[in-house]
Design a protein around this ligand. Structure first.
Ligand SMILES: Nc1nc2c(ncn2[C@@H]2O[C@H](COP(=O)(O)OP(=O)(O)O)[C@@H](O)[C@H]2O)c(=O)[nH]1
Ligand SMILES: [Mg+2]
Length: 336
């Protein structure tokens, strides 16, 4: 297990490989992009080295997240939006994350079918991520993959993630525009919206408008949105689509563009991106500290003795936390 406070030492040869790979990604070389993403996906320590060499050249791509419960048609909608981008001459990267199919990688196969028309297009790069690996966490791997695609010069980067209720929105927060896709039967997500547990996304789309209950769902969500606060002067539009026929997909893309223009016009894009990146760094730092601390159990006599005192009820948990912060993590007490 690598120690986050002590980055792995690479050989000169490895560093040379990372440099070379980063250069080829920046040149937009397809095989290099695939290789870099594989390193990210495998949680290979060298991937951080590659991404650090790409980072300064990112920020060009428009990033769009599509989230929602499994089966609502996110991948199919994405395929339609990729088509919209291509007719406008925009190059596209797609990262599709579906941890809901842990056994068969079925989502990955299904996505290949749903996105198949784009696989031969050299201006489109599609990557489905299964559940394997991800030592650094799925959200981090997704962010790094999006950065690779951005650095490779893609104009638009889509991130598809499964989100039910309040879960998995984390990944969506790294993008400029969040689309929540729902369909009749997405009860949990609709309840989460209603209860205010789930943040109102930038755009909501009710897919499968051919479904008999689509109107009811549409009206229910419209009712929720009517009561919701506008966020930053943007009123989240509600749309209906039939991703299979492509009905409504052009309008969906127009709304995405309108949202991006809204962000840019108000100088919000940079602020939003800045805040997301800040949050990302903090939450990853917290996670690394947590892992580091967990690894210290059984290794650090000070930590072990504090834990033992708690077990034996000689020390209460909150006092123990103070000891851990001060003696193990070396964090000075608040106010001192
Ligand atoms: N009837 C109908 N089926 C759809 C529509 N959009 C997608 N589907 C189907 O719904 C299933 C799940 O679609 P998929 O895009 O994989 O959903 P995801 O899990 O959200 O990515 C597939 O069988 C699609 O063909 C739609 O608008 N109407
Ligand atoms: Mg999908």
């Amino acid at each position: 297990m690598r120690d986050p406070f002590c980055p792995p030492a690479f050989s000169e040869e490895q560093l040379e490989r990372a440099r070379d790979l980063a250069e080829r990604v920046l040149a937009g070389e397809r095989r290099a992009v695939a290789r870099a993403i594989s390193l990210v996906e495998d949680g290979d320590a060298l991937s951080a080295e590659v991404v650090s060499r790409l980072y300064a050249r990112t920020g060009h791509a428009r990033t769009i997240g599509v989230t929602g419960p499994p089966g609502v048609g996110k991948s199919t909608l994405l395929s339609g939006m990729v088509r919209e981008c291509r007719t406008r001459g925009l190059s596209v990267g797609v990262v599709s994350v579906d941890p809901s199919s842990p056994f068969t990688q079925g989502a990955v196969l299904g996505d290949r079918i749903r996105l198949s028309e784009h696989f031969l297009d050299p201006a489109v790069f599609i990557r489905s991520m299964g559940t394997r690996g991800h030592l650094g966490g799925l959200a981090e791997a997704t962010l790094q993959t999006a950065l690779v695609l951005d650095a490779a010069g893609k104009d638009v980067v889509f991130v598809e993630t499964v989100g039910v209720g309040q879960s998995e929105i984390e990944v969506a927060s790294i993008v400029d525009t969040v689309i929540l896709a729902l369909m009749p039967g997405s009860g949990d997500s609709i309840q989460a919206l209603k209860a205010g547990i789930m943040e109102i996304p930038d755009i909501i789309v009710v897919n499968k408008k051919d479904h008999p209950a689509a109107d009811i769902t549409y009206n229910e969500i419209r009712g929720i949105l009517a009561l919701a606060d506008r966020q930053g002067g943007w009123e989240a539009p509600l749309l209906t689509t039939n991703a299979l026929t492509g009905e409504g997909v052009a309008e969906l893309w127009e709304r995405v563009v309108a949202h991006q223009e809204h962000l840019r016009a108000e100088g919000r894009l940079d602020r939003r991106r800045g805040e997301s990146l800040e949050k990302e760094v903090l939450s990853l730092s917290v996670r690394e500290v947590q892992r580091w601390l967990e690894r210290r159990v059984g290794q650090d006599p000070r930590l072990d003795s504090v834990l033992e005192e708690v077990r034996e009820r000689r020390l209460d948990p909150l006092s123990a936390v103070r000891h851990v912060l001060k003696d193990v993590l070396d964090i000075p007490e608040e106010g001192s």
